[in-house]
Design a protein around this ligand. Structure first.
Ligand code: DX5
Ligand code: ZN
Length: 213
């Protein structure tokens, strides 16, 4: 069954707890938390304090997507705040292998994120350290952008590359009920969706539609 991870970027920031409860009762599997530093991406939002507060009000898996330069500087903070998964951009660190080892040293699941133009070969030699690979299907920084079609081919190539492993493949950006079935067919196991779920008049129905095979 596909794992659905609503992105809190599209949630009501002043009523975050209410949105989290609503997503829980609507069938969300994980919560996707976008962290932006205004340097790696042209936007700024949550830090570790928000993750720590979320940890106190929900048992859902907290999936932290770090869109920050040199993410190794903040791994300890996000691990201690209660993250279950931490994903770092391959483009944001000079020491991907070491950063993944650091995440795992806190017994937190580790993932690599690839921007739309980044070749999947950058993860080839760290597969043994990965729990998840996140393919960005938009350029990171904002919710509500249009899905990039080249993601399908990339997903197919990545699915072939990791065959025989337990690594999850996550897709993030512009995901909706139109593209979800094809993404799942091509190997995606975790779908992130922000605006599609949170701007839908019935988020529960939106989550069900994303899960539909
Ligand atoms: C984009 C973020 C996404 C974003 C997705 O930089 O990584 O997680 O919230 O939003 P939608 O689903 O609206 O494209
Ligand atoms: Zn994200």
């Amino acid at each position: 069954m596909t794992i659905i991870a609503p992105s809190l970027l599209a949630a009501d920031i002043l009523n975050l707890e209410a949105d989290v409860k609503m997503l829980e009762t609507s069938g969300a599997d994980w919560l996707h938390i976008d962290v932006m530093d205004g340097a790696f991406v042209p936007n700024i939002n949550f830090g570790p304090g928000v993750v720590e507060s979320l940890r106190k009000v929900t048992n859902l898996t907290l999936d932290v997507h770090l869109m920050i330069e040199k993410p190794e500087r903040y791994i300890e903070d996000f691990c201690k705040a209660g993250a279950d998964y931490i994903t770092v951009h391959a483009e944001a660190t000079n020491h991907l292998d070491r950063t993944l080892q650091l995440i795992k040293s806190y017994d937190v699941k580790a993932g690599v994120v690839l921007n739309p133009a980044t070749d999947i070969n950058v993860v080839r030699y760290v597969l043994d350290k990965l729990d998840m690979i996140l393919l960005m299907s938009v350029n990171p920084g904002f919710g509500g952008q249009q899905f990039i079609e080249a993601t399908y081919q990339k997903l197919e190539d990545l699915t072939n590359m990791i065959k025989g492993t337990n690594i999850k493949i996550q897709v993030d950006g512009g995901v909706n009920s139109d593209n979800a079935p094809k993404l799942v067919r091509k190997g995606a196991t975790v779908l992130v969706a922000g605006s599609y779920i949170l701007k839908h008049q019935n988020p529960k129905e939106a989550i069900q539609l994303l899960k539909r095979p």
